[in-house]
Design a protein around this ligand. Structure first.
Ligand SMILES: Cc1cc2nc3c(=O)[nH]c(=O)nc-3n(C[C@H](O)[C@H](O)[C@H](O)COP(=O)(O)OP(=O)(O)OC[C@H]3O[C@@H](n4cnc5c(N)ncnc54)[C@H](O)[C@@H]3O)c2cc1C
Length: 487
């Protein structure tokens, strides 16, 4: 089994420089995932000097590990937004998702990006007949908004379901190939630096000072933080307003293919699609603070794929996404000239794309009908913030439990937590008997890290940072490693 994403089938050999001097620019985009690249795409023709940096290679973040759906049928989301706000807001969200899909399709066609784009019918199903009420509310919304839908008698694959709803004009693609296409389009006009990690973004008089590995400095008038999870806590206090959710994908070879995209409404969430000669089976969204042993998720996927397709999985990969309390992303200005694009609620291919248009218009002081909708500082009323205490209870419970029980019940003997010189360390002993010792404390908000046996990494159950067994950062929000410093 390959423990990696199915999308990155060949490496991009075109490695960009890493920053090795102090520079100045008008607009700095931090993060080269779908949100950062889309923002760069829409700003490439402005008369401003734009720089894009990524701590890693471009396109290796969460986007390269998603399911590659470009779908406006996002579960039964519209009746939920209607409940949180009203019909009009739900309608504008639908328009934003359709606009994003059209944009991506047009960019692909205009620039001839080879990224396995296919038009698909989308299906949302439930195995629980009690969900019928929610399906009916969603259908009401579809009727009001002239969405062409069908109530189906079953799914187009052999998989159990009680209620099935379908829409058309959705798409699937290979998100990594799409990002490499965007990179190719922008790189003549925008300077890209890879392996260039931003460690802080500080407001000075009329500019931002962004430190790179605490060595170099980028001075920029505008900064777009498109790092998936914003790397700073203040301003905006994102850790207290969002939840990080994990989701797992297994892929296996099949003999047929269909232009379909399937998502379950009832839990565990199941997300399915075909890609080339493969079938992707995504399973179970849950808070990163609960159910810590990823081996169980891998086993469930293996068992279910065997049961329904009689196959073994060839790829297994996972990532997380940031969930907001009201199903709408956070895209916009949070401090003068500082922008975020995050909280995509597992729909980053569309919301990352629309981020680029919204942020371009905010910087250029132009109107955009989605500015208010996605405004990160939108007013929140008591009934809408009920998820916030739940998010915080889950994270703080995990924070406390991990402090109390350092050894974690599921650890095998090759993983130990030990106090060395008064510091809590994590020790992983590899197959050759070599010990890898790192700090067990996440530099982001001091949560204790847990060991991920599938990837052999140390993962933060609070906000999703991940580290290698030797302490290097794989994913933020942490910007610092967990290597033990020589004293
Ligand atoms: C399993 C799963 C399946 C999903 N499937 C879908 C789907 O089918 N369709 C869909 O629309 N959405 C899907 N999503 C959601 C989607 O993947 C995300 O919302 C989206 O990828 C986020 O894009 P991004 O650009 O914000 O983040 P990323 O793609 O993670 O990009 C952020 C970039 O910032 C860089 N970075 C981070 N920190 C720094 C730093 N300090 N300095 C410099 N660079 C930095 C990273 O290296 C990375 O390249 C899925 C989510 C999950 C969990």
């Amino acid at each position: 089994m390959k423990n990696k994403s199915i999308w990155i089938n060949k490496d991009d050999n075109d490695i960009e420089d890493s920053l090795e001097e102090n520079i100045e620019c008008d607009i700095l985009i931090v993060g080269g995932g779908i949100a950062g690249l889309s923002t760069a795409y829409y700003l490439k023709d402005s008369n401003k000097k734009v720089v894009l940096i990524d701590k890693d290679r471009i396109g290796y973040g969460a986007t390269s590990k998603n399911t590659g759906k470009l779908d406006y049928m996002q579960g039964l989301i519209y009746h939920k937004i209607e409940k949180n706000y009203n019909k009009e807001i739900a309608k504008i969200y639908l328009e934003s998702q359709k606009e994003a899909i059209n944009e991506v399709v047009n960019i692909i066609k205009k620039n001839k990006i080879n990224c396995h784009l296919e038009k698909v019918n989308s299906y949302v199903f439930s195995g629980n007949i009690n969900d019928e009420k929610d399906f009916n509310k969603e259908i009401e919304f579809y009727k009001d908004n002239n969405i062409d839908y069908k109530i189906e008698s079953s799914l187009p694959i052999s998989y159990p379901s009680s209620i099935v709803l379908s829409t058309n004009n959705n798409y699937v693609f290979n998100p990594y190939e799409y990002m490499m296409g965007l990179k190719g389009i922008i790189k003549d006009k925008i300077k890209i630096y890879e392996n260039t990690k931003c460690t802080s973004i500080d407001k000075k008089d009329d500019y931002y000072k962004c430190l790179i590995e605490d060595k170099y400095e980028i001075k920029a008038k505008y900064v777009v933080c498109a790092t998936h999870y914003p790397i700073f806590i203040v301003p905006f206090l994102i850790p207290f307003k969002t939840e990080v959710q994990n989701f797992y994908i297994g892929a296996f070879q099949v003999n047929d293919t269909k232009n379909i995209s399937i998502l379950s409404y009832n839990k565990p969430i199941i997300s399915m699609r075909y890609y080339d000669k493969y079938f992707l089976y995504g399973r179970r969204s849950h808070s990163s603070s609960t159910d810590l042993d990823i081996r169980k998720d891998l086993d469930c996927i293996k068992i279910e794929v065997k049961k329904y397709w009689n196959k073994d999985i060839e790829y297994f990969y996972h990532t997380n996404d940031i969930m907001t309390y009201d199903n709408l992303p956070f895209i916009g200005e949070i401090s003068p000239n500082l922008y975020i694009a995050t909280g995509f609620n597992k729909w980053g291919n569309t919301n990352g794309t629309i981020s680029g248009r919204v942020i371009r218009d905010l910087i250029n002081k132009k109107d955009n009908k989605y500015i208010q909708l996605f405004n990160p500082k939108r007013g929140i009323s008591l009934d809408k913030i009920k998820n916030i205490p739940l998010y915080n209870i889950k994270v703080s419970t995990r924070y406390i439990l991990n402090k109390i029980n350092p050894h974690m019940n599921y650890y095998d003997k090759n993983v130990k937590i030990k106090f060395i010189n008064g510091k809590r360390c994590g020790i992983y002993t590899d197959d050759d008997g070599k010990e890898h010792i790192v700090s067990n404390i996440c530099p982001h908000m001091k949560c204790n890290l847990i060991f991920n046996y599938v990837d052999k990494t140390w993962d933060c159950p609070c906000h999703g940072s991940r580290f290698t067994v030797d302490g290097d950062i794989i994913e933020g929000p942490s910007v610092y490693s967990i290597k033990i410093k020589e004293e």
